[in-house]
Ligand binder design. Structure first.
Ligand SMILES: NC(=O)c1ccc[n+]([C@@H]2O[C@H](COP(=O)([O-])OP(=O)(O)OC[C@H]3O[C@@H](n4cnc5c(N)ncnc54)[C@H](O)[C@@H]3O)[C@@H](O)[C@H]2O)c1
Length: 305
């Protein structure tokens, strides 16, 4: 039976495609290229350029997949803050549509949904655990939480096999957005001075894409698939100020750094995960923050904008 990846031409999806191909599995990619790039699919695999919302009975006729990794969506909190209704169309509706398709045409398929740690909201003094209260502050996080809840409801009510992975801060090759990319891009352009959004004290729990891929593959094998949600993070917590230092060190530059002091609407100050549930499945991240940053910098030097 085959494996499908929605959003497979995006940043994380394409790393998952690569990992499956390395294991000798050829995934089917469904991506409308709204933010992804077909060039991210470097080895041949079946590719359907279409919106998840267009999937119908015909699409399932060749046989249901064993697993669908559902990564199609929008990862930008700022875009959801600018347009909450459009965000619902990009993040919630495709997930609900996919669940409906599975209910009717592939009830035995396992669905793994790419959710976000942003569902917790802000400012916990300790790492967020799956049992904690959920108080999302951005429209993006509300869409993701609603999607998770639909995954749970479809597991309980219709007996589907669903699992949501709450990804915390992710970075790596091919990601042309978010803070790690932004810092590398700016320092590549000017190694003497750097302006950084915020005051440098925001705390984040970064994961290299390779670690996230490991978590997806592990979940496909070992998660209970009863509608649960599981945190995924790297376990190496840093402030943005410390991240700047690590990136500057890896790039061998010594910039004068200015923090804007501003706060981005929808962003949380502290964002750290308790990953005991994932670790109980056998997870341990194999790429450290230092190595992951070096790898990302190396990629950027070869592929600057
Ligand atoms: N990158 C992160 O830091 C992060 C953190 C938490 C969660 N996530 C989630 O992980 C998933 C992947 O994130 P990413 O950073 O790789 O984003 P990305 O934008 O690089 O990839 C998303 C892919 O989905 C495709 N897509 C979007 N809507 C679609 C639709 N309706 N039908 C078909 N294809 C569609 C896009 O063309 C793109 O290729 C997203 O759902 C995102 O919300 C990402």
């Amino acid at each position: 039976m085959s494996v499908w990846i929605t959003g497979g031409a995006g940043f994380l999806g394409s790393h998952l495609v690569d990992a499956l191909l390395r294991r000798g599995e050829v995934p089917v990619v469904i991506d409308d290229l709204s933010s992804g790039d077909a060039a991210n699919l470097r080895a041949p695999c079946p590719f359907h350029q279409r919106n998840v919302l267009s999937l119908d009975a015909n699409f399932f006729q060749s046989g249901p997949p064993s697993v669908i990794y559902h990564l199609a969506g929008d990862a930008l909190v700022s875009r959801s803050v600018a347009g909450p209704v459009a965000d619902m169309d990009r993040n919630l509706r495709p997930t609900l549509h996919l669940l409906e398709q599975l209910r009717h045409h592939a009830p035995n398929t396992k669905l793994i949904f790419a959710s976000t740690g942003a569902v917790y909201g802000e400012n916990a003094e300790r790492p967020f655990a799956e049992s904690d209260g959920l108080f999302p502050i951005s429209p993006y996080a509300v869409s993701k939480l609603a999607s998770e809840r639909y995954c749970f409801a479809y597991a309980r009510t219709y007996g589907l096999s669903t699992c949501s992975l709450r990804l915390f801060s992710v970075y790596g090759r091919r990601q042309r957005k978010q803070v790690v990319y932004d810092l590398i891009r700016k320092l590549h352009a000017d190694s003497r001075q750097l302006t950084v959004f915020g005051d440098g004290t925001q705390v984040r729990d970064f994961s290299h894409a390779a670690n996230i891929v490991d978590a997806f593959l592990l979940a496909a094998e070992k998660a209970p698939f009863q509608g649960e949600a599981i945190n995924v993070a790297g376990g190496e917590t840093v402030t943005i100020g410390e991240l700047v230092d690590l990136i500057a060190e890896a790039m061998d530059v010594n910039p004068s750094v200015q923090f804007t002091g501003a706060r981005r609407p929808g962003d949380s100050q502290r964002w750290i995960a308790d990953t005991a549930a994932l670790r109980s499945l056998g997870y341990s991240p194999h790429v450290s923050l230092r190595d992951g940053l070096r790898d990302t910098i190396e990629w950027y030097r070869i592929h600057p904008e």
